[in-house]
Structures are given as structure tokens and as C-alpha cells.
Design a protein around this ligand. Structure first.
Ligand code: BES
Ligand code: ZN
Length: 616
């Protein structure tokens, strides 16, 4: 049925919908989500049986999504879709064809797919294909992979992109289990956020099962020339063959990380914990897809210096994947808890000195972010609890959720003592596992089980509902950074003795260089320490941004361009492009973007394009 025809059907449909109200009590537990069209209190998805074929030539996934639903006697069920080619919808096990209607698309949220069902319908099958621009899908050409021979596909669901490759009720408050069958070209491996194969099959067909209920943003797929290597009994890495050994070496501590996380907040609930290194076009550092973290290759530094990213994505196995933010307005519950948890894992494995550096770096980033937010259109975004109705939930992804959120928990820890706080958090995860959490529910739980219980005084309202930072914010301190700051101050006179510096000290040093540092000094630093050619992506990122802002970029432009063309991680791209723009070099930025953009995933492409062409 095409769109026009279905539009004409509208009046027919509206009739039964209008008298849909029955005597039956509504289930009150599903929260209203401003970023989903679904009406889960009427009919809600429970289990997905997904069958898709992967076509690299046409950059298309096609097949069907068979949904088992819980129907409260409704005569329609609403799915989120965005830019999908819907071919047929059936109801029941006997697959009777039913009518459906695609509502006018909303640029941000996509199109509600309204399917006519009967009060006893418990299964809906949607036959469909994705379209070329599907925002969740990263189709990489062979030239954009490490092996250079085969193409690669990865998906990115968070926040509201799963609807661009699967018709689903795309709200973090809705949990589903899934089975999937994926047909790939022969010679490729498919992996999902599920029980995974460790070897390629002869026929290119793969079966998956995710038994624990997860929100749709955590459904994920990767297909490519991928190999597996174990690093521990229940941990391992996947990567393209040329990267496999390096990857396994870099993440050798994964098993220890899982053990240390479990010792803090209770058993790991998902069976195996594996990680896949994706091509550099992956737009994030990491994504916590259950059982299989997706990661950027830019964390492979050759010295294990950036493995806090693994601690972070692993921590999401509790905060986010087990206890999930109800809507994207509560995003700090996912990310703030995870950053706090990440630091606790890192402290157990690498000591307090290391974590003090991490926290101090991130505190600086938080201050910069607050400045930027306050200069923009939404100064209220410095609150932890957000109101993102009508806005892209991506806009919640600031250091407020991550860092202000994490420092809030650290503050409560300091007020209550670590032992009590750890017991509280462990119990919180245990009691709410596989459930959804709102900010208000968390605060009520916190009050009852910690603050009131031990008579602890915390200015919760100020932290969560007020802008900026509270007056008694726990400013982090690092002794090692104090030395770095002193070295940065006198850099024009003496180049520092950097023996034993970690990459964090390097990054801090670069960021602390005096405003008026001259080009000659930057050049001397570069010649002595080879910063422009560093093998560490965080150092490169800090150095390139500083170089542009302090007038040194002309001399190293080919290297900066090379970085921007080969790396698709948005956290690196945005500040570098912004630095060009803010120093009157917009044309240079645009020229580089033209060369680089075909390798960027829609998430990064959209943000950079907006920055360079629309002034944000
Ligand atoms: N879940 C996030 C990534 C994300 C957030 C994707 C919002 C889409 C929307 C992931 O856990 C994350 O925070 N990744 C960070 C790395 C981390 C070490 C802070 C990143 O990608 O930079
Ligand atoms: Zn995260």
C-alpha cells in the first residue's frame, strides 16, 4: 500500500479509533515519552523475531520484523519508523494481511506506523526494507576498513535511530527480547547485541538470541570481515583480522574489569562480555550494546592508556542496560551513574592517582561545556533533569549528564561514606534490574534508602533541578596535574621533563599551555616530542585543537586533514572543526569536510554539517 492510498484510508480508520476507550483500566506503569509515537498502554511490543538480508551493493536491509505484542484490547498498535519502506503488514500467526497507515513524517521523530489489529491480536509482522539514508546504518566501503577488501556495516541505535532500521516502539521505557536471523554475503561475520558466533558460517546465515529484555536502542548489528580472540573465560574481542592481535593486547584487562565491577555492584547479568572494534567511521568512542560493546579503533593506543572507555561501556551493563532511563530527559541516570561507576572500576584496577587525573581532565571539560551551554539557546540544559520535548534527544549528550551527574554521585558518596553508598547502589541495581527509572523515582529511592535512613543532608534539588554547579561542588584535585600545570606555565623558558608522563598528563599539559604561547614554542614542542605524529588519538585531538587556536595549524595542516578524513568520532571532529570556524578558517574546514564526509556516519555528518553551514 502506498502512502497516498493509505492517507485516503484515514477516515475509515479514525472511526474505530475514536470509540476505542473501553472500561478496562489502563496500565499506568509506562511513562509518556516525548520521543516516541508508541502508545504502550494500549498495545506494547514484547518480543521481536527479526529476519533481514544484508545487501551491500544497494546499501539495504530487507526482510521482516515479527512482533509478539501484549494487547490490552486495542484496535491499533503504533510503531515508530523513520524513512522505512513498508511493504506489507500481517496479524496473527496465520499472517492475515491488515491495513496500516503511515502518518505524515516528522523530521526528527519519523513516521508513526499505525497498524489495525483486533482486540485479541498478539502478533504483528511487518515486511519492509531500509532506505539508503537510514541514519542508524554505517555502510563502510572496503577502503574505509582496516582490511581494505570487504565492506563493513554497523548500526547505532541510541538515542532514537533504531526506528530507521527496524519498525519498533522506540522508547527506552519499553523492553523487548529478540531473536534474529541475518543473511550476509558469504565470507562475512555478523554480530549482534546478543548471543554471538565466534566464527564465520559457510552459508553466511547467522542466528541470534537476546533473552534478557532490553530497550530497542540497544539492538545492534555489525557485519564485516571480523575475527574473534578470547582474552578471558567470558570476555573476548572481535576485530578485522589485521587489528585482532593489537586489540586483544590493548584490552587484556577486560576480564579483570568485569570482576571488579561485579565486586562493586553485583553479578554481571548478561553472560559474556565481548567488545568489537569497528572501522574509524564509527561516530562514538563506545556504545554499550549488551554482551558486545561497540568501540572506535581510536582507543587502541598501543599502551592501554585509553581503556577507561571499556570500563565505561562495561559499567553500562548495570547503569543503562539493567536500570534504564525512562526517557531521554533522564539521560543523566544512564551516563552520570556510568561515569561514576567507570571511575570506581578504574580506581580498583589502576589506583586513585590515575582516577584523580581522569576526573580533573573531565572537570575542565565540564567547565568549558557549561560556558558553551550558557552562551547558547538553552541555558537550562545545565540542569541534570532535562525537558527535551520537541528537541533532538542527542542534545542531552553533554558533559552535564556525564560529569555533573558523576560528580553528584561522588558528592553523595563523600557525604554518606563509601561503604554505605556502595551498599545503597548495589541494592538499587538489584531491586530495579531490567526496569525503567525516572529521575523522580531515583530521588525518592535515594531519600528513603540513604539520606533519611542515615540523616544525610544533600542539596538534591540544587544538583538536579538548578542550573550550573552547586557552591559546594567537589572540585577534583590531582597532584600529578599540579606538576604539569607548573611545567605548562614556564614552557616558553624551558621544555618540560616528561619522563613517565601518561597520555592524560600530555593532554592536560597541551590544554594548559598559556593563552599567549607563541608559534615558535609550539614548534619546539612539536620537534622535541613529535606531537603532530603522536600515536595516541587523545593527544592528537588536544594538540590539533590547540594548534589551530594558537596559530600553528598552517604548518601541520596535512596531518590535521588526515586525522579528520580518517576518524569519524564526533567528540574529536566537532571541537577541531569548531576551532577552524572560530579562528576565521571556515573555508579550510569546509574543504576538509568535503573530502572527509563520505566516511562519516550520519550522526557525525549531521553535526559537522550543521556547525559549518548553519552556524550552530
Ligand atoms: N551511550 C554512550 C554513547 C551515546 C550517547 C550514543 C548518546 C548516542 C547518544 C556511550 O556510553 C558513551 O558515553 N560513549 C562515550 C565514551 C565514554 C568513555 C564517555 C563516547 O562515545 O565518547
Ligand atoms: Zn556512556
Amino acid at each position: 500500500m502506498n502512502f497516498l492510498k493509505s492517507t485516503l484510508l484515514l477516515p475509515l480508520f479514525l472511526l474505530p479509533f475514536a470509540c476505542r476507550q473501553t472500561e478496562e483500566a489502563k496500565t499506568p506503569d509506562l511513562k509518556a515519552d516525548p520521543h516516541s509515537f508508541a502508545q504502550p498502554n494500549e498495545a506494547v511490543t514484547k518480543h521481536l523475531d527479526l529476519h533481514l538480508a544484508v545487501d551491500f551493493d544497494q546499501k539495504k536491509l530487507s526482510g521482516y520484523a515479527k512482533w509478539t505484542i501484549e494487547n490490552k484490547g486495542a484496535d491499533e498498535i503504533i510503531f515508530d519508523t523513520r524513512n522505512l519502506d513498508i511493504q506489507k503488514v500481517t496479524i496473527g500467526k496465520d499472517e492475515r494481511v491488515t491495513e496500516y497507515f503511515l502518518v505524515d513524517p516528522d523530521e526528527l521523530l519519523g513516521t508513526a506506523l499505525r497498524v489495525k489489529i483486533e482486540p485479541e491480536t498478539d502478533m504483528v509482522t511487518i515486511y519492509y526494507a531500509t532506505k539508503p539514508g537510514a541514519a542508524a546504518l554505517g555502510w563502510m566501503e572496503p577502503s574505509q576498513t582496516a582490511g581494505k577488501k570487504l565492506p563493513f556495516l554497523f548500526t547505532q541505535g541510541q538515542a532514537i535511530l533504531t526506528r530507521t532500521w527496524i519498525p519498533c516502539q522506540d522508547s527506552p521505557g519499553i523492553r523487548i527480547t529478540y531473536d534474529a536471523t541475518i543473511q550476509t554475503p558469504i565470507g562475512m561475520l555478523a554480530l549482534m547485541s546478543a548471543e554471538n558466533p565466534q566464527e564465520k558460517t559457510a552459508d553466511g546465515i547467522y542466528h541470534f538470541r537476546m533473552e534478557q529484555p532490553i530497550p530497542p536502542y540497544l539492538i545492534a548489528l555489525a557485519v564485516g570481515d571480523i575475527a574473534f580472540k578470547a582474552v578471558g573465560p567470558r570476555t573476548g574481542v572481535y576485530a578485522e583480522p589485521p587489528l585482532l592481535e593489537k586489540t586483544a593486547w590493548e584490552f587484556a584487562d577486560m576480564e579483570k574489569m568485569v570482576e571488579s565491577a561485579e565486586s562493586l555492584y553485583g553479578p554481571y547479568a548478561w553472560g559474556r562480555y565481548d567488545l568489537i572494534v569497528l572501522p574509524p567511521g564509527f561516530p562514538f568512542g563506545g556504545m554499550e550494546n549488551p554482551r558486545l560493546t561497540f568501540a572506535t579503533p581510536t582507543v587502541i593506543a598501543g599502551d592501554r592508556s585509553l581503556v577507561s572507555l571499556v570500563a565505561h561501556e562495561l559499567a553500562h551493563s548495570w547503569s543503562g542496560n539493567l536500570v534504564t532511563n525512562a526517557t531521554w530527559n533522564d539521560f543523566w541516570l544512564n551516563e552520570g551513574f556510568t561515569v561514576y561507576f567507570e571511575r570506581r572500576i578504574m580506581e580498583k584496577l589502576y589506583g586513585k592517582e590515575y582516577v584523580d587525573m581522569l576526573a580533573a581532565l573531565e572537570y575542565q571539560e565540564l567547565l568549558d561545556e557549561i560556558k558553551d551551554i550558557n552562551a547558547g539557546k538553552h541555558p537550562e540544559d545545565t540542569q541534570l533533569k532535562l525537558d527535551l520535548a520537541g528537541r533532538d534527544p542527542d542534545e542531552a549528550g553533554t558533559d552535564i549528564a556525564y560529569q555533573k551527574g558523576a560528580f553528584f554521585l561522588q558528592y553523595i558518596e563523600e557525604k554518606s561514606g563509601r561503604e554505605r553508598f556502595d551498599a545503597f547502589l548495589k541494592q538499587y541495581f538489584e531491586e530495579h534490574k531490567f526496569q525503567v527509572m525516572t529521575t523522580e523515582e531515583f530521588l525518592a529511592y535515594l531519600k528513603k534508602n540513604l539520606l533519611d535512613k542515615y540523616k544525610i543532608d544533600v542539596n538534591v534539588d540544587e544538583w538536579v533541578y538548578q542550573p550550573d554547579l552547586p557552591a559546594d561542588f567537589p572540585i577534583p584535585h590531582s597532584d600529578r596535574f599540579a606538576k604539569v600545570e607548573a611545567a605548562a606555565k614556564k614552557v616558553a623558558d624551558t621544555l618540560p621533563d616528561t619522563t613517565g608522563w601518561t597520555s592524560h598528563e600530555w593532554v592536560h599539559f597541551i590544554r594548559q599551555l598559556p593563552e599567549n604561547v607563541d608559534v615558535a614554542t609550539l614548534k619546539k614542542l612539536d620537534e622535541k616530542y613529535n606531537l603532530t605524529q603522536s600515536g595516541n588519538s587523545e593527544i592528537l585531538f588536544a594538540w590539533y585543537e590547540t594548534a589551530i587556536r594558537r596559530g600553528y595549524s598552517g604548518q601541520i595542516l596535512p596531518s590535521i586533514e588526515n586525522f579528520l578524513v580518517n576518524v569519524g568520532r564526533r567528540r574529536f571532529l566537532m571541537p577541531i572543526y569548531r576551532a577552524f570556524k572560530e579562528t576565521g578558517q571556515l573555508e579550510t574546514a569546509r574543504k576538509i569536510f568535503e573530502k572527509a564526509k563520505s566516511g562519516y556516519h550520519a550522526v557525525s555528518y549531521g553535526s559537522v554539517e550543521q556547525l559549518l553551514n548553519n552556524g550552530e
